[in-house]
Design a protein around this ligand. Structure first.
Ligand code: HEM
Length: 363
């Protein structure tokens, strides 16, 4: 495990690490903006999705420290986007997502949160994320062979996060995975993870059951799959129209310690639910879906966070918090995509044809 967090006490080395982090994050964001977002009008990931609107209501929960933002009873307009991480086919074996913003604007909001299925991820810091990006193969939807061989912890992340052809977005559980700051009115520094779960508990569909290496890397639509290429988005649209979709936003908290053990920030390590239970924070109600164009321009950012609840500073590309550092510095990619859509027009919707396992637009 050579992609972990070496603690540097030497100030010069620490400064060097910080400069490397800064440079890599800018370079990575620029690469996405120049080769993906602007010329292709694509997201770095999660291109295949549908947005919706509704409202978020903060719940009264005495176990959540009083704070200026999550005030019990407070209501916010809500915009969500449900998406499949990689392929332009809903029936693949893939990570699914919900992203939420407490506003009905495609870009601005006081609180955004992007969450994927699975309690843990396929990468745990910027260094492992760049390795993941480098080793990933998209051809024919068999993606993670090299990554899984090299990094067993990435394989464990894939097992818990991929969902094969689930019956509905509304039946899945979504995790922020990475850790955020949380400071209440008592001034105590805490750290937080978030998750979004169905309002009424249901058995999560599409889980991996003891997959072998090949099954795990194979994200292809199963042979003889009868579900169509856009079935998940259609199902969501119909469900919202019929009865609405209701989720709970939950938070898990841990109090900061003086010489903080960095493993608390490791998104591959779960926090003990006995000492840090999941607490109901807000009720999310989706009552309307948005059309293709509005779904495409809707975008989320880790920079849209209330004061005292944002990202945790990172020290190097090996620091677990460098994942959010990278995300925070990828604004240029989001803006390049929106600018390109304005200049060159909307991307084509995903057709309902039989060209399965595709990640090529319009094909
Ligand atoms: C565990 C960590 C991460 C999680 C849970 C996560 C989650 C997500 C989700 C759910 C979306 C889709 C949002 C939507 O529907 O528009 C997304 C998009 C994106 N993510 Fe991540 N992500 C993670 C790490 C990263 C990292 C390390 C980067 C590095 C820069 C990154 C950059 C992006 C970009 C550029 C987009 C597309 C934004 C756009 O064009 O609208 N993400 N991510």
């Amino acid at each position: 495990m050579d992609l972990y967090y070496p603690a540097h006490k030497n100030k010069l080395i620490a400064l060097f690490d910080l400069c490397v982090l800064w440079l890599y994050s800018r370079f990575f964001a620029l690469l996405i903006a120049l080769f993906l977002s602007f010329p292709k009008r694509n997201r770095m990931s999660h291109d295949n999705g549908i947005a919706g609107t509704g409202k978020a209501r903060i719940l009264k929960n005495p176990l959540i420290p009083e704070n200026d933002f999550f005030v019990p009873g407070r209501e916010f307009p809500l915009r969500v986007r449900q998406a499949t991480a990689t392929f332009l086919d809903d029936a693949v074996n893939d990570i699914r997502a919900i992203s939420i913003k407490f506003s009905d604007h495609h870009f601005d909001s006081p609180f955004d949160m992007e969450l994927n299925t699975g309690e843990t991820s396929l990468f745990w810091n910027a260094a492992s994320f760049m390795q993941f990006a480098k080793l990933r193969e998209e051809a024919h939807a068999v993606c993670y062979v090299e990554n899984i061989r090299n990094y067993p912890e990435g394989a464990s992340g894939a097992i818990v996060s991929l969902r094969r052809a689930p019956d509905s977005f509304a039946h899945l559980k979504y995790y922020s995975q990475v850790v955020y700051l949380f400071k209440g009115k008592d001034g105590v520094q805490r750290f937080a993870k978030y998750r979004v779960v169905p309002f009424v508990d249901v058995q999560e569909p599409g889980l991996q059951v003891d997959p072998c290496e090949y099954e795990l890397s194979n994200q292809r639509v199963a042979p003889h799959e009868s579900k169509g290429r856009n079935y998940l988005k259609y199902e969501f649209e119909e469900r919202v129209k019929r009865e609405g979709v209701k989720y709970k936003l939950q938070i898990q908290l841990i109090t900061a310690e003086k010489n903080q053990n960095p493993e608390v920030f490791n998104n591959m390590v779960l926090w003990d639910e006995k000492t840090s239970p999941w607490l109901d924070l807000a009720e999310l109600e989706i009552s309307n879906t948005l059309d293709w164009s509005e779904s495409i321009i809707t975008t989320f950012s880790v920079n849209n966070m209330p004061k005292d609840m944002g990202i945790i500073p990172a020290k190097s590309i090996y620091d677990y918090n460098s994942l959010n550092y990278f995300r925070a510095h990828s604004e240029i990619a989001r803006k390049a995509r929106l600018l390109s859509l304005k200049i060159f027009g909307m991307v084509k919707p995903i057709p309902d044809n039989d060209n399965r396992n595709s990640e090529v637009w319009g094909a």
